[in-house]
Design a protein around this ligand. Structure first.
Ligand code: TYC
Length: 105
């Protein structure tokens, strides 16, 4: 540096206060209620694809049933996409109208 202010301690401009270590965005995976998918099927989905215990899965299923929607997990974009695809494919193969979506947290 050759500027005229190099020896003036008050002339420095602070442009960065922390390291730029941005975390990748996270996505909520949501399960939606419907009138036709059996409760036991939803519980099985939550156990199979989201690693929940039976009690946990039953509780979340009831939340969706009563409130219309619930967050069933938070993941990176790629993992969330995979979970949604797995649930939608499994539901379709069993001919249930269960819907699963994702949204940025
Ligand atoms: N409402 C469904 C029923 O009464 C059960 C259900 C729960 C369906 C959660 C979807 O994501 C869901 N059979």
């Amino acid at each position: 540096m050759t500027g005229a202010n190099d020896d003036d301690p008050d002339s420095a401009v602070v442009t960065r206060t922390r390291a730029k270590t941005k975390r990748p965005p996270l996505y909520k995976v949501l399960l939606l209620n419907d009138d036709y998918t059996p409760m036991e099927f939803v519980v099985a989905v939550l156990e199979r694809f989201f690693g929940m215990s039976h009690a946990q899965a039953f509780e979340i299923m009831l939340t969706v049933h009563k409130k219309g929607v619930a967050v069933v997990g938070v993941f990176s974009h790629e993992i969330a996409e995979t979970k949604v695809a797995q649930v939608m494919d499994y539901a379709r193969r069993h001919q249930h109208p269960l819907q699963c979506t994702m949204e940025k947290e």
